[in-house]
Design a protein. Structure first.
Length: 70
C-alpha cells in the first residue's frame, strides 16, 4: 500500500491531491467515526475529541498568544 504524500514528509502540490484531502477532511468533519480517514491521515485521538481539541487550542492561546499583547 502506498502512503499518501502528506505521510511521506513531502509537500502536496498536485491540485487533485489537495482537493481529495480536503474532501476527506470534510467527510471526517461530517462523520467523526470514520476510522478509515482517521487512520489514513494519522490523526490522534486528541484531535478527534472536540473537548480535548478546543482545550488544547485554548491552552496554547493562553500560553503563547496572550503574553504577547502589545
Amino acid at each position: 500500500m502506498r502512503l499518501p504524500a502528506h505521510r511521506t514528509g513531502r509537500f502536496i502540490t498536485n491540485p487533485s491531491e489537495i482537493v481529495a484531502i480536503a474532501a476527506d477532511y470534510r467527510a471526517l468533519d461530517a462523520d467523526p467515526a470514520r476510522r478509515d480517514l482517521i487512520w489514513r491521515y494519522g490523526i490522534a485521538s486528541e484531535i478527534m475529541d472536540p473537548v480535548r481539541r478546543t482545550t488544547e487550542i485554548g491552552n496554547w492561546l493562553r500560553t503563547v498568544v496572550v503574553p504577547r499583547r502589545f
